[in-house]
Design a protein around this ligand. Structure first.
Ligand SMILES: [Zn+2]
Length: 369
């Protein structure tokens, strides 16, 4: 199983200059390929990323000698990306989609810039990573989370910071499921409530930064598109988004690691996230929690640590059923945080009760005794 870990880098000025040159080479090569593709297509030919790469390699030494200042993986990567962009476009055309997304020229101003580092040149050691063409190792903000064979790396710039995404082949994963069952209620109020009553707080980072976000969005709308000020605001926005995303992902990692290491069967709701997003009041809270991210992490970590994730149907009334006797509370509203079962007298915390029901339903689905 291949897992990717994105680590923040702290490059020196020299290293950052190399990163920029590498990103620039990727951009240049990509744009060359795209322009050439259009040219050949209009001339009635059928170019491919592979044929263009061959053509580029044949002329690069003479016409673009400076591309040799960075690793040749940069130009290879550009053609891989170009091929993927066209594959995506063709797929959309075939499916008759409205947004066709014809590949666009890359700009120095794009908020995402990246280049590829092959596994042969990538050496990680604690908080340091070595890449080809740079003698000194680059500092990493954290160590690699997974053990295994390093497959490749992509260095990218986003939100005013540099990142290294490392793909690691963790090999055979544990298949023996061990540990007790648990249900998780991915609530609106908190990020996650376990059937054991344990709460993983949703720190509501987004909410606290929302005012700043709104202000920057207004500022961007006021500015003339493409002007210096517009780009400045756009950079600030990207920075803020990255900051929010990191803090949120960090919290989710802690929760999903704890849960998958401790429990064997993990029940979660198969929520209609899109439907919830359409609901104005829930949208922000759900977005805060990062439900997609929670499920993604739970699934791969469960495979790593020997647990199974069971999705409980989204029509299953986990909040409404009394976990003690099964009575259904049809009157329960979203604002009821606590309720008493008239049938058995049990006093329920809304979310813990839901989590217990999710756990039991997950066990029923997998046919546990
Ligand atoms: Zn009851």
């Amino acid at each position: 199983m291949i897992i990717s870990h994105k680590i923040q880098l702290n490059p020196t000025a020299v290293q950052e200059a190399y990163f920029r040159r590498a990103c620039g080479t990727v951009r240049f090569t990509y744009n060359w390929g795209l322009a050439r593709w259009k040219e050949l297509y209009e001339a009635g030919e059928k170019p491919t990323a592979f044929s263009l790469k061959r053509e580029f390699n044949a002329i690069k030494t003479e016409q673009f000698p400076w591309v040799a200042e960075v690793s040749s993986r940069c130009t290879e990567y550009a053609f891989t990306r170009l091929g993927a962009a066209f594959a995506n476009f063709f797929r959309r055309v075939k499916n008759g989609e409205k947004e066709l997304g014809y590949p666009r020229f890359k700009s120095k101003r794009d908020t995402h810039q990246s280049f590829y580092v092959a596994n042969t040149g990538l050496k990680l050691d604690g908080h340091w990573v070595k890449i080809p063409r740079l003698d000194a190792p680059i500092n990493m903000a954290e160590t690699l989370r997974f053990q295994g064979k390093i497959m490749s790396g992509v260095i990218s710039s986003y939100g005013g910071r540099w990142w290294l995404a490392v793909a690691v082949d963790v090999g055979e994963v544990e298949t023996a499921v061990s540990g007790p069952p648990v249900g998780i209620d991915l609530g609106v109020k908190d990020a996650a409530i376990l059937s054991t009553g344990q709460v993983f707080e949703n720190q509501k980072h987004l909410r606290s930064e929302l005012r700043k976000l709104r202000r920057l969005n207004r500022e961007l709308a006021r500015r003339e598109k493409g002007s210096q000020g517009w780009y400045r605001t756009k950079d600030k926005l990207a920075k803020l988004h990255a900051q929010i995303r990191n803090r949120r992902t960090d919290g989710i990692h802690k929760m999903t690691t704890a849960v998958t290491k401790q429990y064997g069967v993990i029940g979660v709701e198969n929520l209609n996230v899109r439907g919830m997003m359409a609901n104005h009041h829930l949208a922000q809270a759900v977005g805060d929690v990062g439900m997609f991210e929670i499920k993604r992490q739970l699934t791969y970590k469960a495979a790593l640590y020997g647990a199974v994730v069971v999705e409980v149907g989204r029509w299953y009334p986990s909040s409404r059923l009394c976990a003690a006797c099964g009575w259904k509370n049809t009157e329960l509203t979203l604002t009821d945080r606590e309720w008493t079962c008239p049938e058995c007298g049990c006093i329920h915390d809304r979310d813990v009760n839901a989590a217990v029901n999710i756990r039991d339903e997950a066990l029923r689905i997998i046919g546990a005794p």
